[in-house]
Design a protein around this ligand. Structure first.
Ligand SMILES: [Ca+2]
Ligand SMILES: [Ca+2]
Length: 182
């Protein structure tokens, strides 16, 4: 008798479950695919990212701290497109200067990585004969006009204690959409 009762109860439960539906659904999308208006200040949207251009001249460690205060990190250029887009903005809007990136070989001399994601620096945008670890003390990566007469913004290793401007890159965005049945 008890078995029969339990079986009937389970049957009701399963019927109930089969008829139920979620009151809401959520979806997480990369970026901001619907171009919703967002407040990004002090970051500026360039290409697919958001960047802040630190105009104070500080060593690599202070530059990193300053980016962290904004919830961001020193820039990592994972592609030529990203590098060219940021350079394009600088050419149009900022003074000719040099900037720190997150790149360094502090972990293993001669192995240059973006500190923000541990990826090897794969873009071929080094200035001629760089990185050269001049005098054995150059372990942080800057970019700017490295060669005297060059108008190309290029990468170069420099002493981490040197003072430069810097570029912070905001973390990637995700958009969460929630659909509710009311
Ligand atoms: Ca990046
Ligand atoms: Ca160098």
């Amino acid at each position: 008798m008890l078995k029969k009762y339990v079986a009937i109860l389970l049957a009701f439960v399963s019927i109930d479950l089969s008829l139920s539906f979620d009151k809401y659904t959520t979806e997480i999308l990369n970026g901001n695919p619907h171009n919703m208006a967002i407040i990004s200040s002090p970051f500026i949207k360039i290409y697919e990212g958001y960047y802040y251009f630190g105009q104070d001249s500080v060593n690599w460690y202070i530059a990193y701290e300053n980016c962290r205060k904004l919830g961001s990190e020193l820039v990592a250029f994972e592609s030529n497109q990203e590098f060219d887009a940021v350079i394009g903005y600088i050419r149009s809007n900022l003074e000719r200067t040099k900037f720190w990136t997150s790149g360094n070989d502090l972990g293993k001399t001669g192995t240059h990585k973006w500190f923000t994601n541990a990826q090897l620096i794969s873009i071929s945008r080094w200035a001629p004969r760089q990185p050269d670890n001049y005098k054995g003390v150059e372990h942080c990566i800057q970019f700017g006009y490295i060669c005297g007469n060059s108008n190309d913004y290029q990468l170069d290793d420099n002493p981490c204690s040197a003072s430069k401007n810097y570029v912070c890159e905001a973390p990637k965005q995700e958009t969460i959409s929630i659909v509710v049945w009311k």
